[in-house]
Each structure stands twice: as structure tokens, then as C-alpha cells.
Ligand binder design. Structure first.
Ligand SMILES: Nc1ncnc2c1ncn2[C@@H]1O[C@H](COP(=O)(O)OP(=O)(O)OP(=O)(O)O)[C@@H](O)[C@H]1O
Ligand SMILES: [Mg+2]
Length: 585
């Protein structure tokens, strides 16, 4: 999917063009209704002109009827078209575009890389997406705005028919005033942007606290969070007040200014009439047209300033959607074909920060079907290694190959399809247990889900829950760490991919959970190429090979016996864990 345009106009235009079939009739109805609406004053002035002619009523009667009928028809059609316009823009167009925008935002934002989500608050991204899709209702406002511009053009054309000098002077003066007042309005636009930013900060902070409610509670952080929120709210209300005051002042000032201009131009009209350059009927037309102009123009400026604010908000909201995805499929990416499941890291260089490499010329070959346990001190790069294999991050140089295919050259979908991943921290969705397990394979039946749960030694505790597989996982229905791990394992079992990546949680488990998880892992390992970050001795016993990872380097590599015999780092971990285990028993 392509990034969204950076400019709000281009963004709105994109969806207008996607829905040409509704948009074009909409535009035509909008413009026609405005033109027809302005026909009445024109026809009325023509009538006044007829009365002014010194002829008998019988001579002009037909013309009068004709003009009156014209006025009625113009008014009726203007109303009908404006209603059609309103229905098309506010109902049909808005609903269709809102759906498209929401889905596109959702699809695009989810394409960002794992690191993007680590750096950006999910709550704030969701809010930006919601606000962007909410702009579907902004089209109507813009249409009314555009129709006012069309109105001004129609008025200009009519004034031209009266007196070219008058029309040019009036419109010239009007345009100049609009430009100057817009410049002054810039001040409030900047204030609006700052206000949007301040509002986003407030809701971002609220969402962050709510999402991490558990941690905040554990660290007694509610008072601290309240103080932080209070500070954000204070700066938000300060900037909001300033913005509202400036806008109100501008709006009142403009109205007064245009009233004065209106009166001055009426004098000018009288002057032209006095020197015989225009007729009395023209004067009537000028009077009727100019009467509404001041309202229209101050509406245009005032709304223009507000809409510039909306555009500023849109521009800010568009940023995450116009930034290209950090990790994209190659142009000619083909699906990954896994026949055996060989994995190779070849001369890999990678660091989270450009000038701090975690892996330097890292090499590792895992033949198909081999089960490799990775151990090492915290921060040694174990999770990073499996993140790279799944292309959550791209290597700076070197290659990662699966069955000889560079993972950068295959589609990410097919890569993820080929790997069953059990993450270090179990991540479960706020849905039923059955849905969470079924996530492993689209379209899995309940029988398959139950089998996976049984193989993961999770069936027993699930069935003991009052709602069984239908139990909704949320804050109220929290499972224990060990139970959540078993659900993650059931999900991976159901996926049954040829490569298994396991990032074992370090959290200590009671020996019963440990026993069941171990059994579940044993089931999962069968017939797969495995990379398991393993903290437990029981898991390591199932491995064909063990790698000790220290600061991004392979410090030791061999079978369990070989590493124990060489009495190096691994031997130290092993004996330490044995001692710990003995202490607990
Ligand atoms: N998303 C990230 N952005 C920046 N640095 C990161 C990121 N993830 C990990 N790191 C850093 O990279 C290094 C390796 O981290 P990694 O998570 O791979 O360690 P680990 O071996 O899995 O540790 P543990 O046993 O605690 O899970 C650490 O210094 C860590 O701070
Ligand atoms: Mg880790």
C-alpha cells in the first residue's frame, strides 16, 4: 500500500477521485444551486428596470410574468439542488468515504515496523487515524465554502453587467481585504496547531496511563500520573483560551470592517447613478447583491481560518500515514518456499543505533531440523537475533537466508507464515480464548483449537473456566503467566509452521506450570527447525545444539555435553541454575 499524501488537499482529493461517481454529481448540484440562488436578485432588478420604462403595463405584462416565473423556478430548483447536494455530501459521500478512510488508515498504520510501534504510542496513532477518517464529513463544509466562492464569482459577473469599473473596484478591494485579513489570521492558525498538539498530548497521556494501568498501580504512580496530566491540561487550556479569544476578536473586527466597505460602495453606486452611468434598476441589483456579500466574505475568512486549522490538524495527523513503511517487501518479492528449513545468518551487521553495532560480521548456520538453544546474559542479543530472522528489523549488511532465499527478497507475509513464534512476553488479544488460539491458523475449527489446547496442556485449565473456550481475555479475566504461555504455545502448535522460534520467558514458574510447559514445548519441537531462547535447563535438554550469545557474539557453540565438558560460560550458567534449582527444592 502506498503512503498517504502529505498535503491535506491531496489527501481529500484522492478520496474524491476514488468516488467520482458520487463526487461529480455532487459538485454539479452544489455549483448549480448557488448560481440559481443568485438568479433571483438579478431577475428582480430586471423587473425594476421594466417598471422604470415609461410604457404601458399591458406592454410589459408578459415580460413581468416571464421574470416572475423565472424567479419562482430559480428559487425552487436552487432549493431542490441544494437538498440533493446535502443528501449526497452529508449522507452518501460521507458514509462511503468514512469507511474507506478508516480501513485505509488501519491497513497503512499496521504496515509500520515493530520499532515504529515501540517509538510511537498506539493510543495516539489510533486517535490520529480516527480523526483522519472523521474528515470524511469535512467535504460538506468545504463544498459550502467553495459554493460561497462560486457565489462571489457569480456576483462579480452580475456586477460586471452593471458597470465594469464598479465591479472591478469592488472585487479588487474585496480580494485585497481577504488577503490582508488572512495574513492576520495566520496567528490564529498557528495557535490552533499548538492547541491540537496540546490536546493530543492530553489524550495520549490518558490512554498511556489507562493501557498501563496495572504497572501504574504496582508503582503507586496514580498521583504522579495525575500531576503530569494536570500539567498537560493547564498548558492545553492556556493555549485553547488564547486561540478562542484571538478568533473571536478577528471575527468581530472583520464583520465591522465589511459593513463599512458595504456602505462606502453603496455611496459609490449612488454617485454613479447621479452622474448617469447606471440606472435605478442597477442600483437595486447592487443593493441586493452587496447586502449579502459582507456576510459571505466574513464567513469565508472566518471559516477559512478555522479550516486552515483543520488542515493544520490534518497535516499533523497525516504524518504517520505519509511516512513510508520502514520495512517494505521488495518490488519483485516472491513467496518464501520452505522445503527443508535451513537457516543461515551470513556476515550480518546490525545495530539499533547506527554507530552502535550489536552484531558484527555475525555468522550462524542451522541445518534443517536442528534444534538450537540460545543462552546468554540479559541484553546479549538473543531476542534481537530472532527479531532479525522474522525481519522485524532489517540488517545493515549481510544476509539472512532460509533454504537459500534471502528473507529480504521474499514477501513478509510468507516469511511470517513459515515461522511459528512464541514471544518472550505472551501477547494475547482482548477476545475469547478460542479466538486467541485460532489466530495461529485462519479458519481453524473449534475441534482443531481444542486439540491444540490439549497438546499445549492448556485444555484442562480452559475447561475449568466458567465460560470455557468462550472466556473473554481482558483485565477482569487475567490468566497466570504460565497459563498465558501455554495459550501462546497452543497458538503456535495450531500454526504448525516448519520453523519454530521460541523466546522463553525468564519469569520463574511454579514446578507444575514448568512441567506442563515443558511437555507442551516438547510436542511443539517435533519435526521442526528450532531456534529457542532457552532459560530453563529442561528446555535445553531437548536441544541438539547450544549457542552462548555474549554481546552479539557466539561465545560457545556445541552440544550440551560438549559445552559442559569445556567448562566455560555455559558450564557456569548450568551449575548456577542447578544450584538455584536445588535451593528451591
Ligand atoms: N527495540 C530496540 N531498540 C533499541 N535497542 C534495543 C531494542 N531492543 C533491544 N535493544 C537493545 O539491544 C540489546 C540486546 O537486546 P535483546 O533484547 O536482544 O537481549 P536479550 O538477549 O534478549 O535479553 P533478555 O535475556 O533480557 O531477554 C540490549 O542492549 C537492548 O537494550
Ligand atoms: Mg530477550
Amino acid at each position: 500500500m502506498k503512503p498517504f499524501p502529505k498535503s491535506p488537499i491531496a489527501y481529500l482529493w484522492l478520496y474524491a477521485m476514488k468516488n467520482k461517481k458520487i463526487f461529480l454529481p455532487l459538485a454539479i448540484c452544489g455549483i448549480l444551486s448557488v448560481v440559481l440562488e443568485k438568479m433571483s436578485p438579478y431577475l428582480f432588478s430586471q423587473m425594476v428596470a421594466l417598471f422604470g420604462e415609461e410604457s404601458k403595463f399591458a406592454d410589459i405584462e408578459n415580460k413581468i410574468w416571464f421574470l416572475l416565473t423565472g424567479m419562482v423556478l430559480a428559487t425552487v430548483f436552487a432549493k431542490v439542488l441544494s437538498n440533493i447536494f446535502h443528501y449526497l455530501s452529508a449522507v452518501r459521500f460521507r458514509a462511503t468515504v468514512y469507511k474507506q478512510m478508516s480501513l485505509d488508515c488501519f491497513r497503512y498504520i499496521n504496515g509500520h515496523s515493530v520499532s515504529y510501534f515501540a517509538d510511537n504510542m498506539a493510543g495516539s496513532l489510533a486517535q490520529k487515524s480516527e480523526q483522519l477518517a472523521g474528515n470524511a464529513s469535512f467535504y460538506s463544509a468545504l463544498f459550502y465554502y467553495l459554493s460561497d466562492i462560486v457565489q462571489l464569482i457569480v456576483i462579480f459577473v452580475m456586477l460586471m453587467s452593471v458597470n465594469i469599473m464598479f465591479a472591478c473596484a469592488f472585487m479588487g478591494f474585496l480580494l485585497l481585504s481577504i488577503l490582508v485579513l488572512f495574513r492576520i489570521g495566520k496567528l490564529s492558525i498557528n495557535l490552533r496547531s499548538a492547541m491540537v498538539e496540546a490536546k493530543n498530548k492530553v489524550s495520549g497521556q490518558m490512554i498511556d496511563t489507562l493501557q498501563n494501568n496495572f504497572f501504574v498501580r504496582v508503582f503507586n504512580g496514580f498521583d504522579y500520573e495525575k500531576k503530569r496530566l494536570h500539567k498537560e491540561l493547564l498548558s492545553e487550556s492556556k493555549i485553547t483560551n488564547k486561540s478562542v479569544n484571538v478568533e473571536a476578536l478577528q471575527s468581530q473586527g472583520e464583520k465591522l470592517y465589511f459593513q463599512i466597505i458595504y456602505i462606502l460602495f453603496l455611496f459609490y453606486g449612488f454617485y454613479l447613478w447621479k452622474i448617469g452611468q447606471i440606472k435605478a434598476a442597477d442600483m437595486v441589483l447592487i443593493f441586493l447583491l452587496l447586502q449579502n456579500v459582507s456576510d459571505t466574505v466574513s464567513y469565508l475568512i472566518h471559516r477559512g481560518i478555522i479550516y486552515s486549522g483543520v488542515f493544520a490538524e490534518m497535516r499533523t495527523n497525516l504524518i504517520p500515514f505519509s511516512q513510508p513503511h520502514e520495512i517494505e517487501d521488495a518490488v519483485n518479492a516472491s513467496p518464501l518456499q520452505v522445503k527443508q528449513g535451513n537457516i543461515e545468518f551470513r556476515h550480518v551487521n546490525f545495530g539499533y543505533h547506527k554507530n552502535r553495532l550489536l552484531f558484527k560480521n555475525f555468522n550462524l548456520t542451522i541445518p534443517a531440523g536442528q534444534k538450537v538453544g540460545i543462552v546468554g546474559a540479559s541484553g546479549g542479543g538473543k531476542s534481537s537475533l530472532i527479531n532479525l530472522l522474522q525481519r522485524f528489523f532489517d540488517v545493515s549488511s549481510g544476509e539472512i537466508l532460509i533454504d537459500g532465499q534471502n528473507i529480504k527478497a521474499v514477501t513478509q507475509d510468507s516469511l511470517h507464515q513459515a515461522i511459528s513464534y512464541v514471544p518472550q512476553t505472551s501477547s494475547l488479544l482482548e477476545r475469547s480464548i478460542a479466538e486467541n488460539i485460532a489466530y495461529g491458523r485462519v479458519g481453524a475449527t473449534l475441534t482443531e483449537v481444542k486439540k491444540a489446547a490439549k497438546d499445549a496442556y492448556a485444555a484442562e485449565f480452559i475447561e475449568a473456566l466458567p465460560n470455557g473456550y468462550k472466556t473473554l481475555l481482558n483485565a477482569q479475566n487475567q490468566l497466570s503467566g504460565g497459563q498465558m504461555q501455554r495459550l501462546s504455545i497452543a497458538r503456535a502448535l495450531l500454526k504448525d509452521a516448519p520453523i519454530l522460534v521460541l523466546d522463553e520467558a525468564t519469569s520463574a514458574l511454579d514446578s507444575e506450570s514448568e512441567f506442563y510447559i515443558q511437555k507442551a514445548i516438547e510436542k511443539m519441537l517435533q519435526g521442526k527447525t528450532v531456534i529457542a531462547v532457552a532459560h530453563r535447563l529442561s528446555t535445553l535438554k531437548n536441544m541438539d545444539r547450544i549457542i552462548v550469545l555474549e554481546k552479539g557474539k557466539i561465545a560457545e557453540d556445541g552440544t550440551l555435553e560438549e559445552l559442559l565438558n569445556c567448562k566455560g560460560k555455559f558450564y557456569q550458567y548450568w551449575t548456577l541454575q542447578k544450584l538455584e534449582g536445588a535451593k528451591h527444592e
